[in-house]
Design a binder for this molecule. Structure first.
Ligand SMILES: [Zn+2]
Ligand SMILES: [Zn+2]
Length: 369
């Protein structure tokens, strides 16, 4: 009766989707189930990637987000202990500025974390079946008559450098420059940096600036708490003695341990991403060595503006890009026209070869301009 195997749901299909529904609420509003007045479904309910959606599709997260809860818990617990056990002493003995600065940093860190985690990182919608078939036909017509075509790649020129675009067999399209398929979330993500389990999401074109602000502000917050707790313990031990201080303030000792062991990795990560931002690179490109040691020193990063300041502005202060997956949009009833793949969702898979190149050039210009 029910088939439980996975299959991709065409966005045009209005019927139930057994294998891919993420968390659709029950539809038991009336006795007639297949009646004409059926609740229209939204695109997030049949989204093919491995994501969870909340608040009617407004928020999204990777399917396995346990480590994200750990991150949030650690920040909340450490900051909570600091505000409860250290701030009263420091405010009365030193200055009221300490809890104020800590509160500002804390709210900034939390808001950046939530923006990184619940935002669409820049997912590209998969090609619809008709778009995929259209592209498939074009590729077949271009290839030779051998029974297995060679690796599907396409070359575009960006800032005088030739960049190879790979075909994504899951999303059924040529990936635009800097796009990569996240194996955890099963989506192609634009300007893919990496999948970060600590924030429970991919880090890509639409949430990188929040991710960077998160790790940078978190390193400030951790170092600030660490310094303040050391000051607190020093002042107390001068008054009460070292052992008595340790006994009376176990929460501060716990904060000290957590901050000491986490601050080094957070500082290291902030430094690494500062280098990436300054050179307009992604973690993915840096790990793969995409622009180095391949063709000698002449082969440089085509997206770099050759200036640290311009690179920082381009990465962190560029325009905000709208989400392309339209997860709150309603699924349109299927009109069954395989020859008219004009979807509302922009898709590289549907484009012809020349327009594909134009689109990639536009994309590259938007990346570098
Ligand atoms: Zn893909
Ligand atoms: Zn991911």
């Amino acid at each position: 009766m029910k088939d439980c195997e996975y299959r991709q749901i065409p966005p045009g299909v209005a019927g139930p989707a057994p294998g891919t529904v993420v968390s659709s609420p029950p539809l038991s509003t009336g006795p007639e189930r297949a009646g004409p007045a059926r609740r229209p479904r939204r695109k997030w309910e049949v989204f093919p990637g491995r994501n969870r959606f909340y608040c009617g599709g407004r928020l999204m997260l990777a399917r396995h987000s346990g480590v994200f809860a750990l991150t949030l818990g650690l920040i909340l617990a450490t900051s909570g202990l600091f505000f409860a056990f250290d701030c009263p002493f420091l405010a009365s003995h030193l200055t009221l500025a300490i809890p104020i600065i800590a509160a500002i940093l804390f709210f900034f860190v939390i808001s950046c974390l939530l923006q990184t985690s619940f935002r669409d990182p820049g997912i590209l919608p998969r090609a619809t079946p008709s778009e995929a078939a259209d592209l498939e036909k074009r590729i077949d017509s271009m290839g030779t008559s051998t029974y297995r075509p060679p690796a599907r790649t396409m070359e575009v020129v960006i800032n005088k450098y030739v960049v190879k675009l790979k075909y994504c067999y899951t999303c059924k399209m040529f990936r635009p420059p800097r796009t990569s398929h996240c194996s955890v979330c099963d989506n192609c993500v634009e300007r893919f940096d990496h999948h970060c389990p600590w924030v429970g999401n991919c880090v890509g074109k639409r949430n990188y600036r929040y991710f960077y602000a998160f790790i940078l502000s978190l390193s400030f917050l951790t170092a600030f708490i660490f310094a303040c707790v050391v000051t607190h313990l020093t002042l107390r031990s001068q008054r009460d003695g070292f052992l008595a201080t340790l006994k009376t303030t176990p929460a501060s000792v716990l904060e000290l341990v957590i901050c000491f062991f986490s601050v080094w990795s957070i500082l290291g990560l902030s430094g690494f991403h500062t280098y990436l931002v300054a050179s307009n690179l992604t973690t993915n490109e840096d790990i793969k060595g995409s622009w180095s040691n391949k063709r000698g020193s002449e082969f440089a990063n085509p997206y770099s503006h050759k200036s640290i300041l311009t690179n920082c502005c381009a990465v962190l202060c560029g325009p905000f890009h709208p989400s392309l997956i339209d997860r709150r949009g309603f699924i349109q009833p299927d009109v069954g026209t395989p020859a008219s793949p004009k979807s509302e969702i922009p898709s590289f898979g549907a484009k012809t070869d020349t327009s594909m190149e134009d689109a990639c050039q536009d994309f590259a210009i938007s990346c570098t301009a």
